[in-house]
Write a protein that binds this ligand. Structure first.
Ligand SMILES: *Cc1c(COP(=O)(O)O)cnc(C)c1O
Length: 378
């Protein structure tokens, strides 16, 4: 039985009251005032002009690609070290992902490899209509450099910031980068609507089109008229009410996760062959949201392995997880091209994500530190 989970939802009285109020207000049918308020609050927070609340982050990725007309014959460079949802969305529209390997320090897209790959694809006559970098575990990718490459290639930039809401890079918030950005409010993310996501953009035409596509692509006439294929991807008003309550606590929840991160750092400081993925959490360039803390454990140097540490934690009821298994190693994407340097695979084999939830109690965390310290001989 697991007693301490990796990143469970952190919800309480405030969220319960918000959901009850939304129901009592009568706005149970999907649309409603909380939905619109949630969109404008998130847009305001990240500094984007438009926001469209959707049923998941995956839906937001999908609809951005649909709206841009990405489809069969197109190739879309995307981080290989990510959750399958990022690459799945590319396949939903019939395009081909091209998996880009990562930096060793934080697991985010290697922009040197990206630049070379995009140049090569274009010189081979391939169409590269979009590039999809991922902000891994709440730390932004080098999005200014990626934006530059996208601009040179005439490709749109779709930032998968599903994990990084609340983070900034070079002073600019995750969710405000690129031609569009995607957030996720799934139950395990930094804040939740139980399930949900959002598309953020400064492009009013894109936002309006995604909003229309998400509600079955109805034309603005009294009868049901359709000139394109629509989806049922809109977030409901009740879940948006939950999201607004969570948003009011976002900074507090980030602070909590940052506290855990700094104590994990403290524990492994000086432990040979063990480091926290991603260098300092707050620097001139980066402000992580510290969504998940992951250790990188070098088997030869640490005298143990990520797998053995995971077993030690599990035997005390503590959940941990390997990092995302890179997409180029997934059977379902075996036929897709990839540009590799070995980092993603190495991080996957050495990485371990640790309990990081903002609802974790001090005694729970003390136990995690005690068990982890023993397993690492820290
Ligand atoms: C969670 C996640 C998604 C998908 O978000 P959902 O809301 O669960 O659909 C996409 N990309 C990344 C990197 C994620 O971590």
């Amino acid at each position: 039985m697991l007693s301490t989970l990796l990143s469970p939802p952190d919800v309480g009285d405030l969220e319960q009251r918000a959901v009850m109020q939304a129901m009592q207000s009568g706005w149970v049918a999907p649309a409603g005032p909380d939905l619109l308020a949630f969109e404008s609050e998130v847009a305001g927070r990240v500094g984007a002009k438009h926001a469209v609340a959707l049923s998941s982050g995956t839906a937001a990725l999908h609809l951005a690609l649909v709206s841009w007309g990405v489809g069969p014959g197109d190739i879309v460079p995307v981080s290989t070290l990510t959750f399958a949802a990022t690459a799945n969305a590319i396949r939903y529209v019939g395009a081909e992902p091209c998996f880009i390997d990562c930096r060793d320090d934080d697991g985010n897209m290697d922009v040197g490899i990206l630049a070379r790959t995009v140049r090569r694809l274009i010189s081979e006559g391939r169409r590269v209509p979009a590039i999809v970098p991922v902000d891994l575990l709440g730390r932004c990718a080098a999005l200014d450099a990626v934006a530059e490459i996208a601009k040179d290639a005439g490709a749109r930039l779709l930032c998968d910031s599903a994990e990084s809401f609340g983070a900034t890079y070079r002073g600019r918030a995750a969710g405000s980068w690129g031609d569009a950005s995607v957030l996720s409010f799934n139950g395990n993310k930094i804040m939740t609507t139980s399930g949900g996501g959002m598309l953020l953009t400064d492009d009013g035409v894109l936002a309006a089109h995604v909003r229309k596509l998400s509600t079955q692509a109805r034309e603005p006439v009294p009868h049901y008229e359709h000139v394109e294929i629509g989806f049922n991807y809109r977030l409901s008003n009740i879940l948006a009410a939950l999201g607004r309550a969570q948003l009011s606590r976002l900074d507090e929840m980030i602070a909590r996760r940052r506290e855990w991160r700094s104590r994990y750092r403290e524990l492994v400081r000086g432990v040979h062959g063990v480091r926290v993925l991603g260098s300092s959490d707050v620097s001139d360039d980066y402000r992580d949201n510290c969504w998940l803390t992951a250790l990188i454990i070098e088997p030869g140097e640490a005298g143990t392995t990520a797998e053995r540490v995971a077993r030690a934690l599990f035997s005390e009821g503590i959940e941990s997880r390997p990092l995302w298994k890179p997409m180029h190693l997934q059977p379902v994407f075996a036929s897709s091209p990839a540009a590799l340097n070995g980092n993603a695979e190495r991080l996957f084999r050495r990485g371990l994500s640790l309990p990081s939830g903002s609802g974790m109690t001090e005694p729970q965390f003390d136990q995690v530190i005690a068990v982890l310290g023993k397993a690492l001989k820290a």
